[in-house]
Design a protein around this ligand. Structure first.
Ligand code: AMP
Length: 512
């Protein structure tokens, strides 16, 4: 484990990792490490090749100088905790390194940062966003890990990533709690034994609200009143806010639906603590609840009340994709897997002879031409030009459109584990079409996945797509796909019609 203090050194480490094609995780912390941080680090280790933990007590996010001075700092203790976790590097910059003299830029997040923590700690999220953006730029992680415990913070960072088009995926991990339910926090060490006992009121009040919701109470005001009541019985705690909010906007909600979040903040003695619970079906795992809150907009829109919208297949899908790091992005709502559309749209699976393997176009509602055949968007136009097709009817008669990726990424760079995992689905799906003769592979990710995981070629065993497609903008080969078919299949490799700036000329004459 390297302990790195300078930006240039960590920058080099990151560049080397990327050059070797390794995925890089960042777990940003302020030190005072505990089980909560460790759970993020473990998740990062499971999902990425290289893990960097940053330790930086960011002065810009403290609204009170006293809070900043009293924040626990003990780097050597933190390093001892990290040592057995076998991470690759700790980035522990000084304040001067992060904010040298003359530093004068701040990132001011919008609406989602205004209420709750934003209101009680003015400037807090500006400090968070500024430091997080700087860390992302220095370390260039593929994935970055945050805790549900700071739910509002994860939304602020999500907006930062979406609004500024940052090329990083966020993974939000469930809150780790002590046995009595108190969310673990570096600040807990400042509680005296009496206060420590009293501090469980945050979790107790949230649990009480949750029980009411599971019992059928769907009025948010009733849940908030119940939280207040529990606090009223705890003289050492002073409630700052309690709310039940819509998980995307953090707007207080009137009716509670699955995925809504109950938030509390309180002072116990001199220590300020926050906590939250995601309301969802009774018995749902913390991971499922997180997915609900962070990605299930369509479920909320449907107005489904607690309990019980969740199907086994949703649960399995979430579990499987968390494993490969393809889904835990919180950037996009979940969408149906292609298996659903295959049976819906291709009752005669013997007919198609050509499969087009896109990236995630069919999964994107705006690109999903099967759903909206009249809307000829950029992807559809590009695809039809490439294949020499005039209409959707013609397309459907000759081709099946499938997908290299079933994750929810819009990122131009997809983690290797995601590609590997999704290849299982692709292989299974291609098997459903017994008379395929030709495959058209679109773009970098699909190409990489196809070479590595369907043709099972080693990294050095094929050229980068760009080189392969020189000079005519497309390439062709005949292949046998292990475990798929004994027959030789023709494969055309092309640029993706919408990703990237290069276009392949029409390959229509070769598909006739
Ligand atoms: P901090 O060091 O407090 O800035 O926290 C660093 C990261 O750890 C943040 O993303 C927090 O949300 C996360 N974190 C803090 N406490 C917990 C916890 N009890 N469970 C899970 N994540 C946590």
């Amino acid at each position: 484990m390297r302990v790195v203090k300078s930006i240039s050194e960590i920058h080099t480490l990151s560049r080397d990792a990327h050059a070797r094609g390794r995925s890089l995780a960042l777990v940003p912390t302020m030190g005072g490490l505990h089980e909560g941080h460790i759970s993020l680090i473990r998740q990062a280790k499971r999902q990425c090749d290289v893990v960097v933990v940053s330790i930086f007590v960011n002065p810009k996010q403290f609204d009170s100088p006293k809070d900043l001075t009293e924040y626990p700092r003990d780097l050597s203790r933190d390093l001892e905790i990290l040592e057995p976790l076998r991470i690759d590097a700790v980035f522990a910059p000084s304040e001067k390194e992060m904010y040298p003299e003359g530093f004068s830029t701040t990132v001011v997040p919008g609406d989602v940062a205004k209420q709750f923590e934003g209101e009680f700690r003015p400037g807090h999220f500006t400090g968070v966003a500024t430091a997080v953006l700087e860390l992302f730029n220095i370390i260039r992680p593929d994935l970055a890990y945050f805790g549900q415990k700071d739910f509002q913070q994860s939304l602020v960072v999500r907006r930062l990533v979406e609004d500024l088009n940052l090329d990083v995926r966020l993974v939000i991990c469930p809150t780790v709690r002590d046995k009595d339910g108190l969310a673990i926090s570096s600040r807990n060490s400042r509680l005296n034994p009496e206060e420590r006992k009293a501090a469980t009121v945050l979790h107790r009040s949230l649990r009480h609200a949750e029980q009411l919701a599971h019992g059928g109470e769907s009025l948010a005001s009733k849940l908030v009143a119940a939280i207040r009541e529990v606090f009223a019985g705890e003289p050492l705690a002073r409630l700052e806010y309690a709310a039940v909010v819509e998980p995307h906007s953090l707007e207080p909600t009137e009716r509670v639906t699955s995925g809504c979040v109950a938030l509390v903040a309180a002072r116990v003695g001199a220590v300020r603590l926050i906590d939250n619970l995601i309301l969802g079906p009774a018995g749902a795992s913390p991971e499922t609840l997180l997915q609900l809150a962070l990605t299930a907009r369509h479920i909320l829109d449907a107005g489904g009340l607690i309990p019980g919208f969740e199907t086994e297949s949703t649960r399995l899908r979430i579990a499987a994709c968390r494993e490969c790091a393809a889904i835990p992005t919180i950037l996009l709502p979940p969408r149906e897997f292609l298996s659903g559309y295959v049976t819906t749209y291709y009752p005669d699976r013997g007919a198609p002879r050509i499969a087009v393997i896109g990236r995630d176009a069919p999964l994107s509602p705006s690109n999903f031409l099967y759903n909206q055949p009249e809307s000829v968007n950029r992807f559809v136009r590009g695809l039809f030009d490439l294949l020499g097709v005039k209409s959707f009817t013609e397309f459907k008669g000759r081709f099946v459109l499938t997908d290299a990726l079933r994750c929810h990424s819009t990122s131009p760079h997809v983690a290797e584990k995601g590609l590997a995992y999704c290849s299982q689905h692709l292989r299974a799906e291609l098997k459903l079409f017994p008379n395929l003769e030709t495959l058209v592979v679109l773009g970098d990710d699909a190409y990489l996945q196809f070479q590595r995981h369907l043709l099972e070629r080693a990294s050095g065993g094929f050229k980068p797509l760009d080189d392969l497609l020189q000079p005519q903008g497309w390439a062709r080969e005949e292949v046998r796909i292990p475990t798929l078919t004994e027959r030789l299949l023709k494969v055309f490799y092309c640029y993706h019609p919408t990703l990237g700036y290069k276009r392949s000329p029409s390959i229509a004459p070769f598909l006739a």
